[in-house]
Design a protein around this ligand. Structure first.
Ligand code: PLP
Length: 381
């Protein structure tokens, strides 16, 4: 009975919690330097449940446009039906673009630490200090960075979401998601009546200290994981745990390869543009130096000369890069976002996200850098 009253931690039913997932949640919490975490059956389950825990009918979310296509679809197509409105910022590095969208019903600012697929970097400290002035929490999808390259809590972020399908597991063998809470955000600041109700209903059993430290994840698990049911299977948790054991080695190699490849691509006559913040030509280079001391990830986008047909031809011609929509695998992957990850978006949405007909997105793997360079050079030629 104490388990069902939440008066004691323990495992009553696998959808709610189980020992393997608990080990994973503790390990991620420790890597991030946070207070608590909840694992989910996919990155989208983690993101959607996080946002539903924050925003209810009549509420608003402020989001940037440079997001994974599935997240944008959630905001523009699914949430409106539940009465949740998303207001998109015009310029993600301009404070006024955020400030003018905040209202008393704003429940979160949502962004990605490395945007997909523009591969842009947002000044996290600017956004978090601004949002906190209004008592609004900041949620960051840290999938492209992982805690090895960036620990968003150190820059004021309140909640971190992951598609653990990517680098955290690292081998394209699972679909998985995780949400981590920094802890200490004041959910009783008057902006979150649902959290005030939750606090009053649970203070006696759970205790004020625990609730104040990790109220977001408690409510997420008790209401959204349990009732919507997007839980991660323990076998998946095991695979993610195994992936974490090599995360630092893989990420080190991923970023080394990405830098070498980006520099080589920039020289190719059939490449119009390379978006990679490790390049001095990138408008995000100074933010990359500020936030990504070990390198700004291993995702990049290129625009090729010759339009869509040329881009599709490169896909056909690559031999080491696999044509796959996944990212963050040990193997190198390539995709044409306009016809896959961002399919069905309007031209305006595509351009705002940095997607053009001639854009290819690369997820640079941990193979030999020389082989990767040679593969793309022959395909481009
Ligand atoms: N976030 C980012 C940045 C992604 O690239 C993806 C998937 O590609 C997701 C979230 C969604 O994750 P999942 O496929 O695990 O649901």
């Amino acid at each position: 009975m104490r388990l069902f009253e939440y008066a004691e931690e323990g495992h009553s039913y696998v959808r709610f919690s189980n020992p393997t997932n608990t080990v994973l949640e503790k390990r991620i919490t420790s890597l991030e330097g946070g207070a608590a975490a909840v694992s989910f059956g996919s990155g989208m389950a983690a993101i959607s449940s996080t946002l539903l825990n924050l925003a209810h009918q009549g509420d608003e979310i402020v989001a940037v446009r440079t997001l994974y296509g599935g997240s944008t679809t959630l905001f523009t197509q699914l949430f409106p039906g539940y009465g949740i409105t998303t207001r998109f910022v015009e310029d993600e590095n301009d404070p006024e673009s955020y400030r003018k969208l905040f209202t008393p019903r704003t429940k979160a600012v949502y962004l990605e630490s490395i945007g997909n697929p523009r591969i842009n970097i947002i000044d996290l400290e600017m956004v978090t200090s601004l949002a906190h002035e209004y008592g609004i929490p900041v949620v960051v999808d840290n999938t492209f960075s992982t805690p090895y390259l960036l620990r968003p809590f150190e820059h004021g972020v309140d909640l971190v979401c992951y598609s653990a399908t990517k680098y955290l597991s690292g081998h394209g063998t699972v679909i998985a998601g995780i949400v981590v809470e920094k802890g200490g955000f004041n959910w009783l600041n008057g902006r979150f009546p649902e959290f005030e109700e939750f606090y009053s209903a649970n203070e006696a059993q759970i205790g004020a200290d625990t609730l104040k430290r990790e109220m977001f994840t408690k409510r997420l698990r008790m209401q959204y994981l349990t009732d919507l049911g997007g839980h991660m299977s323990p076998q998946t948790a095991f695979y993610v745990l195994q992936g974490l054991e090599t995360l630092s080695l893989r990420m080190e190699r991923h970023v080394q390869n990405a830098q070498k490849l980006a520099e080589a691509l920039e020289q190719h006559p059939n490449v119009l543009e390379v978006s990679y913040p490790g390049l001095e030509s990138s408008p995000y280079h100074s933010l990359a130096k500020k936030y990504f001391k070990k390198g700004p990830g291993a995702m990049m986008a290129i625009r090729v000369r010759g339009g869509k047909q040329a881009a599709l031809r490169v896909l056909e011609k690559v031999e080491i890069f696999d044509y796959m929509v996944n990212i963050g695998d040990a193997k190198s992957l390539i995709v044409h976002p306009a016809s896959s990850t961002h399919f069905g978006h309007t031209e305006e949405e595509l351009h705002a996200a940095g997607v053009y007909e001639d854009t290819l997105r690369l997820s640079v793997g941990i193979e030999d850098a020389e082989d990767l360079i040679a593969d793309l050079m022959q395909a481009l030629s």
